[in-house]
Design a protein around this ligand. Structure first.
Ligand SMILES: [Zn+2]
Length: 371
């Protein structure tokens, strides 16, 4: 079951947005979207320049680099160096070729881990449809944001005909792979931006929905990410997150190690290094209780947190025992008691939080003052 949860690259923080032409600063289409400086919130000029900070960001393939903090997993300079190599090979390779080249450039994975991640990337369709189903209907108009879009798994699915979707990721290297995938899928109109989840380069109330699949456990600051997602949503807009359960009975999905979540946090790093020689620095999963508390403290004030049904395609990709366990899990979450048990120890959560601004504030009564 761990395979299901594998993110494109273990530990990679993912956020970025792309433009069709390198010199438009607005996202055109049925829904217009304003970019704002991630440092000072001033609307950005042409070329993504900020008139207040006098900054003008670098870009690749029409994807501006609007990051303002370092990625905890890979320094931004190292990410940029890999992105330049992908950019040099961009015209000569197709999406599969570029994806393979990506993994050649990031050789810190075993061949089994690499195969698992490629499979996860290529079977994203049904998972993405499950996310859209979980978000539900009745959303405000406006574009959607794929927060931590990675290799473009969600964006490459044509799930919302006529709706603008924007992708943002912290890794420029992943955005280049996503750009290639989107162009090949006939989705060249989908815009991509490189930026930080904790400092989103968008104006307030820009999006009808924010989708963050397998992302929140990778960000440097989860509380700040929730604040930013809330700020960028329109009133009644929704944030969707898919994330592994800290107290899952299955192996930790990023590193394939059993029982990590049950250890005190200060022991996790050493334990994972000892068992699998893998880096667990940039991963922070929470339990059901942990997420309930985090969302109550966030501007959302709460959320629905459920153990989701696993899609059939994920089951089909599993071998014998794992598949039988997954079928059993799906039976359990179909009833109330089973769902309660799987909230405690199931492999993952789907979390949906709504921006509820409440009734408009009423004007305070005028206080009589004596002259
Ligand atoms: Zn600025």
């Amino acid at each position: 079951m761990a395979l299901l949860l594998e993110r494109e690259l273990a530990g990679a923080l993912k956020f970025v947005v792309t433009w069709p032409s390198a010199h438009s600063y607005r996202l055109h289409g049925p829904d217009m979207l304003d970019l704002a400086c991630p440092r000072c919130s001033t609307p950005l000029n042409e070329g993504w320049a900020c008139p207040s900070c006098n900054s003008s960001p670098r870009s690749l393939r029409g994807i501006p680099d609007l990051r303002v903090v370092e990625d905890a997993y890979l320094p931004n300079a190292d990410d940029w160096a890999i992105a330049l190599k992908l950019d040099a090979a961009y015209e000569r390779l197709d999406f599969r070729g570029l994806l393979d080249f990506y993994f050649d450039l990031c050789p810190d994975l075993t061949s089994a881990d690499r195969a698992r991640q490629v499979s996860h990337i290529l079977t994203a369709g049904p998972r993405a449809r499950g996310w859209v189903e979980a978000i539900g209907g009745g959303l405000p108009d406006g574009p959607w944001l794929d927060l931590g879009c990675g290799s473009g798994s969600f964006l490459s699915e044509d799930l919302k005909a006529g709706r603008e979707t924007v992708g943002i990721d912290v890794a420029m290297r992943w955005l280049l792979v996503a750009r290639k995938r989107l162009d090949e899928a006939g989705r060249g109109h989908v815009r991509l931006v490189c930026g930080n989840a904790e400092r989103l380069p968008f104006a307030d109330r820009s999006f009808g929905a924010v989708v963050a699949g397998d992302v929140i456990e990778h960000v440097a600051d989860q509380a700040a990410t929730l604040v930013e997602a809330h700020r960028c949503l329109k009133p009644t807009g929704r944030l969707f997150m898919a994330t592994p359960n800290r107290f899952s009975l299955t192996p930790e999905p990023h590193v394939g190690v059993w029982g990590v979540g049950f250890l005190p946090r200060r022991w996790m790093l050493g334990y994972v290094r000892w068992v699998r020689k893998m880096d667990f620095r940039a991963i922070r999963t929470l339990s059901y209780v942990g997420w309930t508390r985090a969302l109550r403290r966030s501007p959302f004030g709460g959320a629905s947190i459920v153990p989701p049904t696993l899609p059939g395609t994920d089951l089909a990709a599993m071998g014998g025992l794992k598949r039988r366990l997954a079928v059993g899990y799906n039976r359990l979450v179909a009833n109330r008691l089973g769902r309660a048990a799987m909230r405690a120890v199931g492999p993952l959560f789907h979390i949906v939080a709504t921006r509820d601004d409440g009734p408009p504030p009423t004007q305070p009564p005028l206080r009589e003052t004596t002259p």
